[in-house]
Design a protein around this ligand. Structure first.
Ligand SMILES: Cc1ncc(COP(=O)(O)O)c(C=O)c1O
Length: 466
């Protein structure tokens, strides 16, 4: 065990330390991967060293590394080493974080971590929550809680309102809780990709008139596309007036609350009925770590608590929490440990500096892109995301339509070509119906030199493909 453990730890440290010097990763086709790894269950085992070799040389290299300093696609994740170690400790102890009596230490640590998040967001003391596998599970959990008080025979009439830029986990959660597609009302956004409050007013009024039951407003505190924050105070006022549940999806943007300017930007979030926050995005935790906070905490147990006879020995005392009563899973890993451990070791100031660092990098990127004169900014920096398009050269005799098509095709082609170099990984999205490049910064590893490199590559590849 000591020998195998030492080899594993060495491999982990090598990987962690040298990651930035290597490529971002590569992908294999299904056929290639099948040829490398497919096999029936082996009757006999193989030596540990060989197995570790397969992990290091075959499996990991065929994955893009979200932890890499130049992985700037989607919303990446870049954990710190203390949180990785703590996750290993949690696996080793295999603590069952579902019920208090079986793991009061783990439950208390989860309570502490949830209370830290509550304080960061300025939420009231009666808040309760749960750590989940991610933002998708947190959003689903929120919808289940919010729906609990709606009588069964009215559930076919309820309507959910959300920005056209919502994360699709909301649509999937709505589907799981039994909503039809016509029970989701997508709302148009302004030029900054923030939901337009007038469209919310109109949609709710027209649904009431049609005899439907306006139910829940989903507001974004950091959209996945652009990092936009919906007008939370105005939405909170409206929800209060109309008695609608306000759920804020802050999966990405929530750690902004650690900074003074971020706290202002997210002001109004503290009035939400529930909030999704994802520590495995911009809070440097290994996957999986999501979280849901619910203002009237008792609603969580009302939605999820069951008391089967085989659990009669582990019914908690009134001031203790069985976290299986707060969500979907009974058997849960001890997710809180990695968060608690890394915050205790590094201090919350480290996380605040991470947020400031990411914002500064995104600002620097935008300035650099503008300086080159080769790009148009399609969404100026919001939180730590910048969106932009490479501008193809004007060609003689070229019509407006052809130029638009060229521009349209060029953006994903540039992203693909850049990814093929292994130097960086970025993704595209669509804004106002047009393809756009996008960079998202959440990593403590990424530096201004990485940005210089990426912008230079974008210029070179853009010119070549153009
Ligand atoms: C705003 C937002 N909400 C929810 C999610 C889903 O979170 P997860 O991938 O942790 O399930 C994401 C993921 O990127 C997101 O950006």
């Amino acid at each position: 065990m000591r020998d195998a453990g030492a080899q594993t730890l060495d491999a982990m440290i090598d990987d962690f330390v040298s990651l930035g010097e290597r490529g971002v990763g590569q992908t294999g086709s299904r056929d290639q991967m099948e040829a490398l790894l497919g096999e029936p269950p082996p009757e006999m085992g193989i030596p540990f060293e060989r197995l570790l070799g397969i992990v290091r040389e075959t499996i990991v290299p065929h994955c893009f590394r979200t932890t890499h300093p130049r992985f700037l696609a989607f919303i990446p994740g870049a954990p710190t080493f203390p949180s990785i170690l703590a996750d290993c400790l949690a696996s080793n102890a295999n603590i069952f974080a579902g019920v208090w009596k079986e793991a009061s230490g783990a439950a208390q640590v989860e309570l502490v971590v949830l209370d830290w998040f509550r304080q960061i967001l300025g939420y009231p003391p009666e808040t309760r929550g749960i750590l989940t596998g991610g933002g998708s599970e947190a959003n689903l959990t929120a919808l289940v809680v919010a729906r609990e008080k709606i009588p069964f025979d009215e559930r076919g009439k309820i309507v959910l309102y959300a920005s056209e830029h919502r994360h699709w986990s909301i649509d999937r959660a709505a589907k799981i809780v039994g909503l039809r597609p016509d029970q989701i009302r997508p709302l148009a956004c302004d030029a900054d990709f923030r939901v337009r409050i007038d469209t919310l007013h109109e949609a709710v009024a027209s649904d009431r008139q049609a005899g439907r039951l306006p139910w829940l407003v989903l507001a974004n505190a950091g959209t996945t596309n652009t990092g936009s924050v919906d007008p939370l105070p105005a939405i909170a006022d409206f929800c209060k007036r109309e008695k609608l549940w306000l759920h804020v999806d802050a999966a990405y943007g929530w750690p902004m609350s650690l900074t003074t300017s971020g706290r202002q930007l997210l002001s109004g979030i503290e009035r939400a009925d529930s909030i999704t926050v994802d520590p495995h995005k911009w809070f440097a935790q290994p996957f999986e770590a999501g979280c849901l906070l619910v203002r009237r905490g008792e609603l969580l147990t009302q939605a999820f608590m069951m008391r089967p006879e085989y659990m009669q020995d582990v019914v908690p005392n009134h001031d203790e929490i069985n976290f299986c009563d707060h969500g979907i899973a009974l058997t849960r890993r001890f997710r809180a440990l990695k968060i608690w451990f890394s915050v205790k070791l590094l201090g919350i100031g480290w996380f605040r500096r991470l947020i400031e660092h990411s914002i500064a990098l995104a600002e620097y990127t935008q300035g650099l892109l503008e300086q080159t004169g080769r790009f148009e900014i399609t969404s100026p920096r919001k939180l730590s995301i910048v969106c932009f398009r490479y501008l193809p050269r004007e060609r003689k005799g070229e019509g407006e339509k052809e130029r638009r098509r060229e521009k349209e095709d060029l953006q994903p082609a540039i992203a693909e070509e850049l990814t093929r170099t292994g130097r960086a990984f970025l993704s595209t999205t669509r804004l106002n119906g047009q393809s756009t490049l996008r960079l998202c910064f959440v990593s403590w590893r990424t530096t201004a030199a990485d940005v210089d490199d990426v912008v230079r590559l974008l210029c070179e590849i853009g010119a070549r493909l153009d």
